[in-house]
Design a binder for this molecule. Structure first.
Ligand SMILES: C[S@@+](CC[C@H](N)C(=O)[O-])C[C@H]1O[C@@H](n2cnc3c(N)ncnc32)[C@H](O)[C@@H]1O
Length: 484
């Protein structure tokens, strides 16, 4: 054994049984090991205080180790029975929602203290906004086909046609979704096993991840919470396609969902990478329409299979209302002026502000051209004027448009999980805006950026947390910053 490994408290690859005692940001359970040298901390994602878990060490240093969860050996006394199937995407579903909120709030605020260096963050805390629907809140789900399943009794891999999600912690094994997971549409998930039986009966093979062969790959479903319409996308390889009757599959879906079925798309994806997004490849409409319409705060949005749209629309309404409240709190900094909506996606926030403010011009910028196209169409559809959208990298856009420097009072920021790059953040600071409303789906990178903004005299005025994804570790934050 190498010397470095010998000196460590635990070794990489080692299997440990751990009692989880605490909860760290991002859904990491904390266990503590003790020996004559003192205490050693072990993090295990997707676990919660009170559980006894089996985990494997992935990374080990002198002070702590990071593990991968293998199995929950004993539930936490806080957990309650649920009528739903346990899936990797909802590791905390058995924890009462109030406790989930408590863990999310405490761990997020402590992150702002540690990374953001805001010791008195509690003083700025405004609201914890719960999701209006705690269950069945999602509007999109990606189910995967697999040729390898898991035999629970024998605790081993088996050759099996599965449709559902990956087995927790594995990339090669699938697990059937036999009933409602409590996250997406109840009827779709109740019927998923019927869809699986239909596909299995064709005799065509599901995807075999290690061999990278097979026909059936994914079934993606989008739902409009406004109209209940369902849009399906069946992803297969091209091999054996002539043996599969797509029209008959569409008719079968109609027999299950009736007029809820808005459309069926078929995607051919022959790429071998299993991590390929399920909607990449050549896409063709088989039945109905390729779009569904969703409503948010009274505005209508057309959503295609590929376009980004908030996954929990009812909660997104709450999130957007908070963003708009913060922005409109100082009308003088919004009315009769230009507001930048940076990382605007499909332009939702900008449209809501434009519909409520007086004579405000919104400039939306996003790097994804199709999102900008959708943003333009949506603004037109809603009859909202005063919006201009640009498909560009925010950093490049700001370099190419120096006219905004010293001319902007309010900026909306809603970057992706990685946060804002230091170079772009500098350009945003140089705009010299009075107020920033910074929305984030990853408070860890937001806290990092807020530390930098602090050096440029932007101070937090208010902070709200929005629980967009109950039963997961995710939390969305809205922070209002003002320049002193
Ligand atoms: C969280 S989403 C924003 C969602 C948007 N506010 C909405 O409600 O539809 C983050 C967005 O940042 C965009 N993005 C990522 N990197 C970018 C960059 N360098 N420049 C511009 N946009 C970027 C992504 O395309 C994505 O739409």
């Amino acid at each position: 054994m190498p010397r470095r490994e010998r000196n460590k408290f635990v070794k990489r690859g080692q299997i440990l049984n751990l009692k989880i005692e605490d909860y760290a940001f991002g859904g990491k359970g904390i266990a503590r090991l003790k020996n004559e040298h003192g205490e050693f901390v072990v993090f295990v994602p997707n676990t919660l205080p009170g559980q006894l878990v089996k985990a494997q060490v992935k990374k080990s240093s002198k002070k702590y180790a990071e593990c991968k969860l293998i199995d929950v050996l004993q539930s936490s006394p806080d957990e309650v029975e649920m009528p739903y199937q346990d899936i990797p995407g909802a590791p905390y579903i058995k924890l009462p929602i109030d406790l989930q909120h408590k863990y999310k709030k405490e761990s997020t605020l402590s992150l702002f203290k540690k990374i953001g260096k805001v010791d008195n963050i509690e003083d700025y805390f405004d609201a914890f906004i719960s999701s209006p629907n705690v269950f069945h809140y999602r509007n999109k789900m990606e189910y995967g086909f697999s040729a390898i399943g898991y035999d629970k009794t024998k605790q081993t891999d088996v050759d099996e046609f599965t449709l559902g999600f990956k087995r927790r912690g594995t990339w090669w094994m699938g697990e059937n979704l036999e009933k409602d997971s409590g996250l997406f549409d109840e009827a779709v998930e109740t019927h998923l096993k019927t869809i699986r039986h239909y596909c299995e009966k064709t005799g065509l093979p599901p995807w075999h991840a290690p061999r990278k062969t097979g026909f059936f790959r994914y079934l993606v479903v989008r739902k409009s919470h406004k109209t209940s319409a369902l849009l399906f996308n069946l992803v297969t390889t091209s091999h054996d396609l002539s043996k599969f009757d797509l029209t008959a599959f569409a008719e079968f879906l109609v027999s299950l969902f009736g007029d809820r079925l808005a459309g069926l798309l078929h995607t051919i994806n022959d790429e071998i990478g299993d991590r390929t997004i399920a909607t990449s490849g050549s896409i063709k409409l088989v039945y109905g329409k390729d779009k569904i319409v969703e409503e948010l705060l009274g505005l209508q949005f057309e959503i295609s299979m590929k376009s980004f749209f908030q996954t929990n629309p009812k909660s997104a309404e709450k999130l957007y209302s908070k963003v708009v409240d913060y922005a409109l709190e100082d009308r003088e900094a919004v009315d009769n002026s230009v507001v930048l909506d940076l990382f605007c996606g499909t332009g939702t926030i900008g449209q809501i502000i434009a519909s409520k403010a007086n004579n405000t011009k919104i400039i939306g910028v996003d790097i994804v051209a199709s999102a900008i196209e959708d943003a333009k169409k949506n603004a037109q559809r809603n009859g909202i004027e005063g919006l201009q959208f640009y498909a560009a990298d925010v950093g490049k856009f700001l370099t190419e448009h120096p006219q905004y420097k010293n001319n902007i009072k309010t900026i909306i920021l809603d970057p992706a999980r990685a946060g804002i790059t230091p170079k772009t953040l500098k350009k945003i600071i140089n705009l010299n805006a009075k107020r920033l409303v910074y929305v984030s789906c990853n408070p860890a990178t937001q806290a990092r950026d807020i530390e930098q903004l602090g050096h440029a005299n932007y101070k937090i005025k208010k902070l709200s947390l929005v629980d967009q994804f109950p039963h997961t570790a995710h939390i969305e934050t809205v922070v209002l910053l003002e320049r002193r």
